[in-house]
Design a protein around this ligand. Structure first.
Ligand SMILES: Nc1ncnc2c1ncn2[C@@H]1O[C@H](COP(=O)(O)OP(=O)(O)O)[C@@H](O)[C@H]1O
Ligand SMILES: O=C(CO)[C@@H](O)[C@H](O)COP(=O)(O)O
Length: 467
């Protein structure tokens, strides 16, 4: 049996899977945690990959492995000197210190022009705003930068010694045109003050090189890799009309599209996908960690948080959480903090707080679905994935809050699986057709509690944050 390896180097952890190249059947898996924080030394990701690789006993599959591929969190600023040493910690997608730069960039060029040229309107998540911050705050370090890449590109460098990326990840930088598939050096020059070497943008099925001997897979080539959401779409075999709700470290809502988006409001990121098409996407800074933070506040584990949330009234008895705990990206409120409304002696219960956290995550996703629908992206099927989707309370309430049927694919690491599927494509020249199994389906409940809650959530958000 021929195998392929998929990697997901996400915000909180590295996950590695070994699967059948023909069917995608899971054969082995390993993982390793990342440190908390929004600025990370990229060398930590290399160590985590080595740890997850060993935990998954990947080298036991040796010469049967045809290829590997890396998907990773998007946008991280990996700034390297001439010796490929990081000049500064990689500022991640959820670091908001470059908010002033993002505002300045939008004010100077205009949102519509940014959306037209890059598919994006700068927010602190995007790589170029972080480079602008480095150039302004640490000019002496910026002067040492010889090349710039993204988290998945850094791991490509460690795995095969090649400096390469793919269009899905490049499309999240703010200096790339996903329609023309070209870098925009004039934007890099204008906002970073120089044009460092940038990784070669490979086609989705193109090989990036051969794995270095130290990784113990003598016959394996390395595929181009991808941004994590594009890889998840590949892992799910996402089709136009299908929308993914991912409750991970980031909350994301995205679909597959044959046409690019240029949303001047900046709410929909017009990314490229990992098949040659496009991936219109909205991202939230606060998602699964809203649940874990609430569990910590209640001093319970996630299983107990779920039990509490299931024991509460469906609407948390009016307790309402606006979950902008780390600031927020959609809506663009980088300096915001969270707000709890409806506090009464009768509503201040652990059950209601747990339920309010679940409903907060779902309302943020529902806001994003409303926006992607309004942009004309067809929404015929909604798939719920991500670690947070393991919450029974969340998956049971999702259909009522969003007002649509929700499908839960069988539990899998879809980002890593998508990377593995790309690896098989790069090795064989054929994109394998792996089966997707739906584990559960939920329909909206008869009562209209979800619609009533959506109204209160939107009124509260408008009243408190003005958006
Ligand atoms: N049963 C659960 N209930 C709620 N949240 C969960 C559960 N299991 C895992 N999580 C959360 O899922 C998140 C990890 O999800 P994942 O999709 O792997 O994230 P990433 O975006 O980093 O890939 C963590 O924040 C974790 O707390
Ligand atoms: O910023 C985005 C998408 O634009 C995030 O989706 C990151 O790509 C982080 O992904 P996870 O760690 O949550 O998987």
């Amino acid at each position: 049996m021929k195998r392929v390896v998929g990697v997901d180097s996400s915000t909180q952890s590295t996950k590695v899977v070994v699967v059948s190249a023909e069917t995608g059947e899971l054969l082995a898996a390993g993982s390793a945690a990342h440190p908390d924080g929004t600025a990370v030394d990229p060398r930590v990701w290399t160590s985590a990959l080595q740890e997850a690789w060993a935990a998954g006993r990947v080298t036991d599959f040796g010469s049967s492995v045809l290829a590997a591929s890396v998907a990773a969190q998007q946008h991280g600023m990996v700034a390297l000197d001439h010796g490929n040493h990081p000049v500064f910690d990689a500022l991640l997608w959820n670091d908001t210190r470059s908010a002033p730069e993002a505002e300045r960039m939008v004010a100077e060029l205009g949102a519509a022009e940014w959306a037209k040229r890059t598919g994006l309107v700068p927010v602190p998540s995007f790589t170029l705003t972080k480079l602008a911050w480095l150039s302004r705050q640490h000019p002496e370090l910026a002067a040492q930068v010889a090349r710039v890449c993204l988290p998945h590109d850094w791991l490509n460098l460690q795995l095969a010694g090649t400096f390469s990326t793919d269009r899905s990840d490049a499309s999240g930088t703010g200096y790339f045109d996903p329609v023309g598939n070209t870098y925009l050096p004039e934007l890099m020059q204008r906002y970073f003050g120089a044009v460092p070497e940038l990784p070669t943008v490979l086609a989705p099925e193109q090989q990036a090189g051969r794995l270095l001997d130290e990784w113990g897979l003598p016959n394996a080539v390395l595929a181009a890799g991808a941004g994590d959401n594009a890889a998840a779409a590949l892992g799910l075999g996402l089709a136009e009309g299908e929308v993914v709700l991912s409750v991970g470290t980031s909350g994301t809502v995205f679909s597959s599209s044959g046409t690019p988006t240029h949303d001047a409001s900046g709410q929909i990121a017009g990314f490229a996908d990992a098949t040659g098409q496009y991936l219109p996407l909205l991202a939230m800074l606060n998602s699964a960690r809203t649940l874990s933070a609430t569990a910590t506040m209640l001093q319970v584990d996630l299983a107990e948080l779920d039990r509490l949330a299931l024991a509460a009234p469906v609407d948390a008895d009016g307790l309402l959480l606006l979950p902008y705990l780390d600031g927020e990206r959609t809506p663009n409120l980088p300096t915001a903090s969270g707000t709890l409304l409806g506090l009464r002696r009768s509503t201040m219960t652990p059950e209601n707080l747990a339920r309010a956290a679940v409903l907060a995550v779902l309302n943020s996703l529902a806001d994003a679905v409303d926006l992607i629908k309004a942009a004309g992206v067809p929404v015929q099927r909604v798939l719920l994935i991500g670690g947070g989707s393991k919450s029974v309370a969340l998956r049971q309430a999702a259909a009522s809050v969003l007002g649509v049927d929700i499908e839960i694919p069988a539990a899998a690491e879809y980002v890593a699986l998508g990377a593995a599927r790309q690896a098989a494509w790069a090795a064989t020249g054929e994109l394998p057709q792996w089966k997707r199994r739906i584990e559960q389906r939920f329909a909206p409940e008869q009562s209209d509690w979800g619609a009533e809650l959506r109204g209160r959530y939107q009124e509260s958000r408008k009243a408190v944050y003005g958006v």
